[in-house]
Design a protein around this ligand. Structure first.
Ligand code: SF4
Length: 61
């Protein structure tokens, strides 16, 4: 399981990560949250990281 962190201060709530990885990300009060990081194998998390316009998503092990 990957450790997915979203910088709350940086996230602008564009929703792109939710569109790319709906299994993992959810919008909560206009910010993205990684609600189901264990499901990250089912989608392309690297694409979500790359597509985030403000680089708010970080991956750890
Ligand atoms: S793609 Fe980035 S800025 Fe957009 S909602 Fe997700 S974390 Fe926030």
């Amino acid at each position: 399981m990957k450790n997915i962190e979203i910088d709350d201060e940086t996230c602008i709530g564009c929703g792109q990560c939710v569109e790319i990885c709906p299994e993992v990300f959810e919008m909560v009060a206009d910010k993205a949250m990684a609600m189901n990081p264990e499901r990250c194998d089912e989608c392309d998390i690297n694409e979500a990281v790359e597509m985030c316009p403000v680089n708010a998503i970080r991956l750890g092990e």
